[in-house]
Design a binder for this molecule. Structure first.
Ligand SMILES: [Zn+2]
Length: 299
C-alpha cells in the first residue's frame, strides 16, 4: 500500500483520528542511512509520529521537529515533518544493534535509552517556533510522544506507532493518533473508551500485515461512535530540502582563508547532509568561484 495519511472524526467532532502508512519512506530512510534493524524501528516510529503531529497544524508550511536524546547507544534522533506530507530524519549511531527485548520485539527503548528527553518544536510559519521538552517515559518513541501530547499540549491522546523490518527490509510501518478535542476533553468516559480500545490493539504493524487499510482500522476502533472518514488521501514521502546551492552557501560562510586551504590541501570540499545522507562535492573551480564572489562582495 502506498504511503499515505488519512483523517477522520467521531463523536460529533469530539474525537480526531489520523492514520499514516510510512512503509516506503521508512525503507528509504533505512537505505539512505544504512540503518540497523533497531535504528530503523526507532526512526520509523519517530517519522510516523512527526507526520501525525504535523497533520493537525494549520498553515501550509507548518513543520514539526522531534528530537530525542536518551542515554542509550543510539545516541540521539531527529525528525523534521511537515503538514505537506514530507518528512526526513536521522539517528546519531545508525549501526547500533541490540538483542530483542523481553517480549521478543526490537528493543527500541534499550537503543534510545530509558532516561533522557523528548524535544518538540512546532514551527507554525510565523517565525516564532513553539518548543517544549518532556522527560522520556520509556524510550519506545510512541509512548514518549503520547506523553508529550498529554502533558505539554494537554490533549488526551492515544498514539500507536510501529515498524516491521526483516531481512527483506521494511514491510510495514505507520501509526495512528486519536485525540479527544478540547470541547470533549472533560468527558472522562470518552477518554477512557479511547484508551482502552487502543490498548487492546496489539500494535499497528500487525494490522497492516493482516492487510488492513487505515479506513478499516478506523472502522474497527470508532465505527460505533459516529465515524466520518475524510475522503482526501494525502501522500507522504521522505524528502530532504538540502541542495548543492545550500552547500555552496554554507561553504561560503567559512571565508576566503578556509576555502583557499580546502583548494590547496583537500583538492575540493565534501559535505554530507545529516538528514538524508546525500554527499555533495565542490571542486576547486567551484571553491575559487566562491572566493571571487567573497572578494567582489568585500570591495
Ligand atoms: Zn539532505
Amino acid at each position: 500500500m502506498a504511503d499515505q495519511l488519512i483523517r477522520a472524526t467521531a463523536a460529533d467532532g469530539g474525537i480526531r483520528a489520523v492514520g499514516v502508512i510510512t512503509t516506503r519512506l521508512t525503507e528509504e530512510a533505512r537505505q539512505r542511512h544504512k540503518l540497523s534493524y533497531v535504528a530503523t524501528a526507532a526512526l520509523g516510529r519517530a517519522m510516523s509520529s512527526g507526520l501525525l503531529l504535523a497533520s493537525s497544524m494549520k498553515r501550509e508550511d507548518s513543520r514539526v521537529n522531534i528530537r530525542i536524546k536518551g542515554d542509550g547507544p543510539l545516541g540521539g534522533l531527529l525528525v523534521d515533518a511537515g503538514l505537506d506530507g514530507t518528512v526526513r530524519g536521522y539517528v546519531t549511531n545508525p549501526s547500533v544493534e541490540l538483542p530483542p527485548n523481553a517480549v521478543g520485539k526490537l528493543d527500541v527503548g534499550g537503543a534510545v535509552g530509558h532516561n533522557g528527553y523528548l524535544y518538540v518544536v512546532r514551527d507554525v510559519g510565523y517565525g516564532y517556533p513553539y518548543s517544549s521538552t518532556v522527560e522520556l517515559v520509556s524510550g519506545e518513541v510512541g509512548e514518549d510522544v503520547a506523553h508529550y501530547l498529554v502533558t505539554s499540549e494537554q490533549t488526551p491522546s492515544a498514539l500507536l506507532v510501529g515498524v516491521f523490518v526483516g531481512s527483506e527490509g521494511v514491510t510495514a510501518s505507520g501509526g495512528i493518533l486519536l485525540q479527544v478535542m478540547p470541547k470533549a476533553a472533560r468527558d472522562e468516559a470518552l477518554v477512557q473508551t479511547l484508551d482502552s480500545r487502543v490498548s487492546q490493539l496489539s500494535g499497528f504493524t500487525p494490522l497492516l500485515r493482516q492487510g488492513k487499510a487505515i479506513p478499516e482500522i478506523f472502522q474497527d476502533l470508532l465505527g460505533d461512535m459516529g465515524l466520518t472518514i475524510f475522503p482526501e488521501v494525502q501522500m507522504v514521502r521522505f524528502n530532504c530540502r538540502c541542495s548543492f546551492n545550500r552547500v555552496l552557501g554554507a561553504l561560503k560562510l567559512l571565508g576566503v582563508d578556509e576555502l583557499q586551504d580546502m583548494i590547496e590541501k583537500d583538492d575540493g570540499a565534501e559535505a554530507t547532509c545529516d538528514f538524508c545522507g546525500e554527499v555533495y562535492r565542490a571542486n576547486c573551480d567551484q571553491l575559487s568561484q566562491l572566493i571571487e564572489d567573497l572578494q567582489a562582495e568585500s570591495v
